[in-house]
Design a protein around this ligand. Sequence first.
Ligand code: GDP
Ligand code: MN
Length: 384
Amino acid sequence: MKLHEYQSKELLAKYGVPVPGGEVALNGEEAKAIAEKFGGKVVVKAQVLMGGRGKAGGVKLFDDAEAAGTFAGELIGKRLISIQNPDGMIVEKVLVAELIDIAQEFYVSVLLDRNIQKTIVMISAEGGVEIEEVAENHPDAIVKLAVDPKWGLSDYEIREAVIRANIPKPARNQMVSMIKKLVQAYEAADAEMIEINPCALTPDGKLLAADAKVSIDDNSLFRRPEYQSASGDSAEDPIESEANRRGIAYVRLGGEIGIMGNGAGLVMQSIDEIAAAGGKAANFLDVGGGAQADRVQSCMEVILMDPNIKGIFINIFGGITRVDQVALGVLEAFSKMNVTIPVVARIEGTAVEEGRKILAGSQIIPAETVQEAAAKIVELANAA
Ligand code: GDP
Ligand code: MN
């Protein structure tokens, strides 16, 4: 799950990473009061889980508390749209942070490199809002350093990488120390990504994390009670948020065929077969093992929240899951919602005969094989 900037900075500060002071405000008055504490010299920053806030108009510098409060009041409730997030996100909170003078902006991040199967640190002296452009046009300006899973990083390795990245002398020691703390925080907090951009050097030579993005591995949330209540809210997609809250493994894929299957492998096969039949899956959804009728119903509701779907493909192989339970759940869900789009089901395995009886005479069209089912639902969806 992605953490907001203010949450990321709170987390990193616990590990000793220097961050500018600041507080969160929910409205203009609160923002003004916080700005006054900093003598009006603040930066007001939209707390939305998307990149490119600065360019989208979500970050503004002030030297006057009144103006900061007015801007915050206008920003809250507004939808911010950026290149990275064309659908945009509504601003609910702002961070009012102490304004720092910035002489130079660097980039530093910690993340997993799946190719080499190690945590890596990325460092660049060309930080700021254009890092994507740097990555594309001057990849040499970004230095990568792999963390040995057994031995971690030695100071000399970090220092060598910091020098290779052209971090200027006055910032080097602080950068080495910051990287050590970031790697510590990354491991201790079950993070999957930490990104500091900009990592700011002030004219008087202090290095601070002026922006911070931390993402926590969802699989660790069971031992992170502090984030559990908010976990649904952090997904960028409203349907994914709702699925999170219901504990359903759902990923929105943008196509027109809703998919429900049991087991990640079967769901992925369904997605592939839909593609092979010339369609595009609207989602990944795994109902999980041993699903009962009420869970199936809940999953169906989530699938149907996507306004773009033109058909539903149900692909169940009953093992621990009983196919008749799935059939009951689907019909129960459909009885409550007026489903007018075509639905094709390929069901097989435990209690399949009972399942087929339950579905007989319903609007659900049976299919024998996965390929046949995929071809049928794509054809029906296109015809509709
Ligand atoms: P992003 O656009 O979502 O990455 O938001 P950032 O927090 O990175 O802010 C965008 C830009 O605003 C930064 O690259 C800085 O140039 C500028 N900025 C942010 N905070 C400060 C600050 O405290 N002082 C100054 N001078 N500039 C800031
Ligand atoms: Mn940034």
